[in-house]
Structure formats: structure tokens, C-alpha cells
Design a binder for this molecule. Structure first.
Ligand SMILES: *Cc1c(COP(=O)(O)O)cnc(C)c1O
Length: 407
């Protein structure tokens, strides 16, 4: 019964839908912040599975929770509830502003739930006129039809029209534009406290404060998409804590399961009340395996040790990136919060982020990009200092080589 034939990168082109362009090498094993490919080559992981593996690969406590739950109970459906889901939801409500939790399987699904809830809440409270969702240019909220519609990148909608109506976009961090856009037709304004896919750009404090004021004054809900910025990534459990601006709905995924698929929408009891029995659901949402892993991840990540460690690693990472910037002049800016950092390429290097990512990989360092012009780093929150330094050294070599090849 075992499929024994070997697989290689070319198998991808033979059997997979061509919507991704993965690297030539195939990782087969990971431990901490290192992974090894089919040929046994070692890589330092500064990508973290796109801000997902916040505790590195195969963290022993996560492995223990997963295997214990795997030997206990896998799945029930939402016809029945389960202990891991209730425990996880209770801790999430204790550690955040939220009073109620809805579980999904991904960030896109958590956002889909948030947008549906915002519409339903407004529909119940004000009637169907107030249905508009305001979102930011360049934002990313997922790949379902509704979430690509709300997302501020037209390329993800192209060819998939007609898309749902009642969505409006405003420039990010532009308070006057927001003031003009939020009206008595607006049910919600959604924003990433740090735009991740859009280029690792933090919101300004005054923008988020203004958003809170406008939403409260005009009867719209404020939604923070913390799918990427959440779960310790910025040095607090959620980024909103650092801004001191509290949303009505928060979505979380990625690092929530540290690699096990899970997402959640957090909200207040008042707003949650709009999703009455039968209005929304998910077969796997709140699955015991996902919730058991996530509960352990949450307990580990919210410890002062891990959160303070993010600030220390941020300082090291930022200094290392700035040193590379000073030596080679390839970057225009180094920005971000905690362990979500972006290096925007200088004008003469525009469009070269992917080339830099490939060069780093050739040096044994996994990094990410955020669009064509931004190198993105999202390592494990507990990456050992030695690995972080080695990763930076490899990245420096890659930058040096790329620069030499162009001059
Ligand atoms: C990754 C991401 C999503 C989508 O999450 P999926 O799990 O891929 O559906 C949504 N919002 C933000 C901010 C993200 O970074």
C-alpha cells in the first residue's frame, strides 16, 4: 500500500495545479530554526513558514500535545463541542479584549467569518443599507472570493469577477481618506496593524486611533486582521496591545497553530450575538487536534520569556539588517516590528527581491519576500541567537554576491 516511488521538484510540475512556484529543493525535515532538504543540505529558517512556525520546527511541547490528542480524540464536528476547543477559547478570551471566539481553519476563513459577522451585525441593528466594508489599499486578507474582494490588491481579483459588492478601498495610513470613507453605509473598517504581504508596513498610531474614533462615532465595527501580526510576532501577544487601540473583531491564524492549520475570530459578546444558531459554521473549525496544539502554542508564546525574547531578537535582527544596508546600500529602509521585518530595496534594485531570496537560499538561508521590492523576515520567536547570527551572515554573503554580479 505504500507509495514508494521517489518524488522530486519536477513531480510538482507533473501533478500540481501551477498556482505556486516553489523552490528547486524540497525540505524533508525540520528542527528548531533549521531544515534539511532531500540532499541533506542544511538551511537556517528566517522565513518561519510565512510567520507560522513561531516556535520553530517540531517543538517538543507541540509534538507532545499533538500526539497526546492524536491518541485521544481527533474529530467530532460542531454537532458536539470538545474540551480542547473550550479550553483554547477560554484562554484566548482571558488574554485578549475578546469575550467570544469562533474557530476556523485558516486566516482567510477567520476573515470571511469576520466580514460576514460585520454585515450580519449591522443588518440586525440598522437594516441592510449599512453593508459597506472599508479596507486599505495594498492590504491582504486571504484568498477566498470575499477576502480577495476586501483585500487591497487588484491582481488577486483579476479574472475572478464578478466579486461581491459593497467593498471600498482607501489609502493605508491616510486619515483624511478614512474620514471621508466611513459613512452611515459602513458596517466595518478592516485593517492590518502591520501590513504583511503588502510590504511589512506598520500602521501609524494616530491612524489606528482615528479609525477607532471614526468607527465608534459612526456605528461601524473596527476589525483588526492580526493573522500575521498576532501571536507574539511583534513582542506582545497581539499587536493591538502595543498601539493601545482595541478592535471590535480580531482575526488570528498563522502562528496560532504554529504549523497546524487553525484560525480564529475573536470578538465581544455583543457583536458575537449576531451570529445566532445556523448563521455560520465550519466542519473542522474547533477541531480537537488543532485546538490542543494551539492551546500549548498560546501558553508557550504568551509567557514573559518568549515575549521578552522577541524584543531582544528584534534588536539583533534590526542591527544586522542595518549593517547590511550600510555596507551595500541595497536597502532603502529596514522596517517592521518584533520579528516581522521588511527591507525595502533601493530604487536601483527595484523588482529584485525574489532574486535576493534565491541568492540567500543558495547560501543556506530561507527568507521571504513581500511583493517584488521587499525582503521579509519572520523567523521563529525563539530562534537561538547563534542561528539568527548565522542567518544574517548568510544573507550578507548573498547580498554581496548579488551586488557583485550586477556591477
Ligand atoms: C496570511 C494572511 C491571511 C490569509 O491566511 P490564510 O491562512 O492563508 O488563509 C489573511 N490576512 C493576513 C494579514 C495574512 O497575513
Amino acid at each position: 500500500m505504500l507509495e514508494n516511488r521517489p518524488v522530486t521538484r519536477s513531480t510538482f510540475d507533473e501533478v500540481m495545479v501551477p498556482n505556486y512556484a516553489p523552490a528547486d529543493m524540497i525540505p524533508v525535515r525540520g528542527e528548531g530554526s533549521r531544515v534539511w532538504d532531500q540532499q541533506g543540505r542544511e538551511y537556517i529558517d528566517l522565513a518561519g513558514g510565512i510567520a507560522v512556525t513561531a516556535l520553530g520546527h517540531c517543538h517538543p511541547e507541540l509534538v507532545r500535545s499533538l500526539t497526546e490528542q492524536a491518541n485521544t480524540l481527533w474529530h467530532l464536528s460542531n454537532v458536539l463541542t470538545n474540551e480542547p476547543a473550550l479550553k483554547l477559547a477560554r484562554v484566548l478570551t482571558e488574554k485578549t479584549f475578546a469575550e467570544r471566539v469562533f474557530f476556523a481553519n485558516s486566516g482567510g476563513e477567520a476573515n470571511e467569518a469576520a466580514f460576514k459577522l460585520a454585515r450580519r451585525y449591522a443588518w440586525q441593528k440598522f437594516g441592510g443599507e449599512r453593508h459597506e466594508i472599508v479596507a486599505c489599499d495594498n492590504s491582504f486578507h486571504g484568498r477566498t472570493l470575499f477576502t480577495v474582494t476586501v483585500g487591497g490588491q487588484a491582481k488577486y481579483r483579476e479574472g475572478f469577477e464578478p466579486v461581491p459588492a459593497g467593498v471600498r478601498h482607501v489609502p493605508f495610513n491616510d486619515e483624511a481618506a478614512l474620514e471621508a470613507a466611513i459613512t452611515d453605509k459602513t458596517c466595518a473598517f478592516v485593517v492590518e496593524p502591520i501590513q504583511g504581504e503588502g510590504g511589512v508596513t506598520p500602521a501609524t498610531l494616530s491612524y489606528l486611533k482615528k479609525a477607532r474614533e471614526l468607527c465608534s462615532a459612526r456605528g461601524a465595527l473596527l476589525i483588526f486582521d492580526e493573522v500575521q501580526s498576532g501571536m507574539g510576532r511583534t513582542g506582545t501577544l497581539y499587536a493591538y496591545e502595543q498601539f493601545g487601540v482595541v478592535p471590535d473583531i480580531l482575526t488570528t491564524a498563522k502562528a496560532l497553530g504554529c504549523g497546524f492549520p487553525v484560525g480564529a475570530m475573536l470578538t465581544t459578546a455583543d457583536v458575537a450575538a449576531a451570529l445566532v444558531v445556523g448563521t455560520h459554521g465550519s466542519t473542522y473549525g474547533g477541531n480537537p487536534l488543532a485546538c490542543a496544539v494551539s492551546l500549548t502554542a498560546l501558553e508557550l508564546i504568551s509567557s514573559p520569556d518568549v515575549l521578552q525574547g522577541v524584543a531582544q531578537r528584534h534588536a539583533l535582527l534590526k542591527a544586522g539588517l542595518e549593517a547590511i544596508q550600510q555596507e551595500f546600500g541595497l536597502f532603502r529602509t529596514v522596517r517592521g516590528m518584533g520579528l516581522l521585518m521588511g527591507c525595502e530595496l533601493a530604487d536601483t534594485w527595484k523588482g529584485q527581491a525574489k532574486a535576493l531570496m534565491m541568492a540567500a537560499q543558495a547560501k543556506g538561508v530561507l527568507v521571504l519576500i513581500a511583493g517584488p521590492d521587499v525582503l521579509r523576515l519572520a523567523p521563529s520567536l525563539i530562534i537561538p541567537e547563534a542561528d539568527l547570527k548565522a542567518g544574517l551572515a548568510g544573507l550578507r554573503e548573498a547580498v554581496a554576491e548579488l551586488k557583485a554580479s550586477k556591477t
